[in-house]
Design a protein around this ligand. Structure first.
Ligand code: ATP
Ligand code: MG
Length: 595
């Protein structure tokens, strides 16, 4: 392909959205459209310049909670398409609902989008918008519809309105207020705006078709009364637009070309088109108006992705907060050790489709492993420590002698240098690396067997010391001379087992949090079930670990591979206390596949 409108889109797998965009670009669907330099009504855009953006998409969160992994899919999709096709993606706060929204969520959302690696700055302007800035235009649009005989003020009780809407098998019944004169509607709408009517006393409805097979076309409400303070517009308004009316107008004022949303909005599309066709004919919005396209939302196994359910986990203290490392929120995933690269790779791998499906949590974990494998520094740690004593250390090396061992920071990046740590007579190893009477095929420590201490010597096991209760207190070995890793002849002795260890002389003792999946069931909230009952009681185990000295000054958020154990991250929050606390991000292998 030699299309000059595309950057690196050629290398990405196609999908139905890319095909639609490429077709629009080749047909020039939006090529003649003008842009006033900022969101504007149609007649102002008509005085503007050719739109420098080939396409415009948008990510429109409602600032009423923290973003989760499902939002990451939408962010990567919308910002990614804009990048690939020389367009721009608008960050738009959909703040048309006065009651649930808050500035702190606005800040957190901006932070998250940036952290994921995206930006709303393009063509020398910022593209961060706020739907409540359009209230005046939305009000004018409602006035326009009333003047055209396309909307009316309905004062039925909400119960009558519900009953008269009909259902799938029964057409609706016209409201007795449906044929009011334009003048009467305008007068009543003015009273609504002036605050003369209480909440719920009247709504403005589009006048479409009460017998439409699509219930969303049976005179949908477009404005309602809410005497409520809005976090951005204060007390200016006591009437607020309904989402289904507001959203298409927001898209159109911003010159959006492709308005991409999740499948549950499919039935709203006829109203989206109905509304924008009429408003563009009236010059209120630009032509041609945007089009809505639906894709399947992300459903991820072993998590819930509804803000309401996530809030319940926080409020009822099932987790420590929105950023608990077990939460599927972006702030939680980040504290768990997820990187922007891993989340972007995940969204690339799952792609977009038009039918709902469940993505296995293992796909998310696989994306993290695959990105960290090439980047994370290596370190040794012992999570379930037991003492290892080298009986002939003093004899061979000298009383209290310490031997310096070295290992690469990353095995494929010699330029990242080496780490050093000390071997002495006493070390820490994993309790599971010793068996008194092992099963066949066990190659680690048991009496008479030889193993290599990774980056150190070969040792031969002589047995173990037990306490009065019969628990192992110490494993004993003898060092085999001239076998140190990296020295000539070190590999003369062949061993089948290599174990990781931390020296007692320079070990850092630190808590490590072993996180596991938050839910035991793949679809914890399927079919309206009580998802709280599906919580995994073992989703957090804190152990007191021994870490190699290079980890003493790990900075918050840095990722490591603890050799043989998995990927761990220095905790953002607790590492500020002075001592590192590590969170397990993911194991080296998918252990759930075999559960
Ligand atoms: P929730 O259902 O968790 O409350 P929401 O859809 O109400 O989420 P919004 O703030 O309205 O949250 O969402 C902003 C954007 O993110 C919307 O365009 C929405 O389609 C998209 N989005 C939300 N959840 C998902 C998901 N699971 N998969 C893909 N996109 C999603
Ligand atoms: Mg929503």
């Amino acid at each position: 392909m030699t299309d000059s409108n595309t950057n690196d889109s050629v290398s990405k797998p196609s999908n139905f959205l890319r095909q639609i965009i490429e077709s629009d670009l080749s047909k020039g669907t939006y090529a003649q459209r003008l842009w006033a330099g900022q969101p504007s009504i149609g007649t102002l855009h008509a005085l503007g310049q050719p739109d420098p953006a080939k396409i415009r998409t948008r990510f429109p969160p409602e600032p009423n909670g923290y973003l989760h992994i499902g939002h990451a899919k939408s962010i990567c999709l919308n910002f990614g398409l804009a990048q690939d096709y020389n367009g721009v993606c608008h960050l738009r706060f959909d703040d048309t609902n006065p009651e649930k929204e808050d500035q702190s969520f606005v800040d957190a959302i901006e932070d998250t989008v940036k952290w994921l690696g995206f930006d709303w700055q393009a063509f020398d302007t910022t593209h961060r918008f706020q739907a409540s800035d359009y209230f005046e235009t939305m009000h004018s649009a409602a006035l326009y519809l009333i003047e055209q005989g396309l909307a009316y003020v309905d004062e039925q009780t909400s119960e009558d309105m519900r009953n008269n809407r009909g259902d799938f098998s029964k057409p609706g019944v016209n409201s007795p207020f449906r044929d009011r004169s334009v003048a009467a509607n305008l007068a009543r709408f003015a009273q609504m705006r002036a605050g003369d009517l209480p909440d719920g006393a009247a709504v403005v409805r589009a006048k479409i078709d009460m017998a439409s097979p699509n219930i969303n076309m049976r005179d949908p409400a477009i404005y309602r009364i809410r005497h409520a303070h809005h976090h951005h517009t204060g007390d200016t308004w006591c009437i607020y637009p309904m989402y289904t009316f507001a959203h298409p107008i927001e898209d159109a004022l911003e010159n959006i070309t492709h308005s991409i949303c999740t499948l549950e909005f499919e039935d709203q599309r006829p109203f989206y088109d109905w509304l924008l066709d009429r408003l563009s004919a009236g010059g209120i919005v630009n032509s041609p108006p945007p089009k809505q396209y639906e894709f399947a939302r992300l459903n991820l196994t072993y998590v819930v992705t509804s803000k309401r359910k996530l809030a319940q986990l926080v409020v009822d203290n099932h987790v420590t907060g929105w950023d608990d490392p077990r939460m599927p929120t972006i702030v939680g995933l980040r504290r768990r050790g997820y990187t922007p690269e891993a989340l972007r790779l995940f969204t690339d791998r799952i792609g977009v489709s038009k039918s709902d499906s469940w993505i296995d949590y293992a796909t998310l974990e696989g994306s993290l492993r695959d990105t960290l494998d090439t980047s994370a520094a290596r370190a040794m740690a012992v999570l379930d420590p037991i003492r290892l004593h080298i009986e002939n250390w003093s004899e061979l090396m000298g009383e209290n002698a310490l031997d310096t061992c070295t290992a690469p920071v990353h095995p494929h990046h010699p330029e990242r240098g080496e780490r050093t740590f000390m071997c002495g007579a006493d070390l820490w190893i994993e309790r599971g690396d010793y068996e008194q009477a092992p099963a066949k095929g066990y190659f680690r420590l048991f009496p008479g067997n030889k193993v290599r201490l990774k980056y150190g010597h070969v040792v031969e096991c002589t047995g173990a010391n037990y306490n009065a209760a019969g628990d192992i207190e110490q494993v004993n070995v003898r060092l085999v001379p001239d076998t140190k890793s990296g020295t000539p002849g070190a590999s003369a002795i062949k061993v089948k087992g290599v174990i990781t260890w931390v020296g007692d002389s320079d070990a850092v003792s630190a808590p490590v949090r072993l996180y596991d999946r938050l839910f035991q069931e793949a679809q914890p909230d399927a079919g309206g079930r009580d998802f709280i009952a599906a919580l995994n009681p073992n989703s957090l185990l804190t152990v007191q670990a021994k870490l190699e000295p290079s980890l003493a000054h790990a900075t918050a958020g840095s990722n490591y591979q603890f050799e043989r154990l998995g990927y761990f991250v220095a905790d953002h929050i607790d590492s500020t206390l002075g001592a590192p606390v590590f969170n397990r991000s993911v194991g080296l292998k998918d252990t759930w596949a075999s559960k």
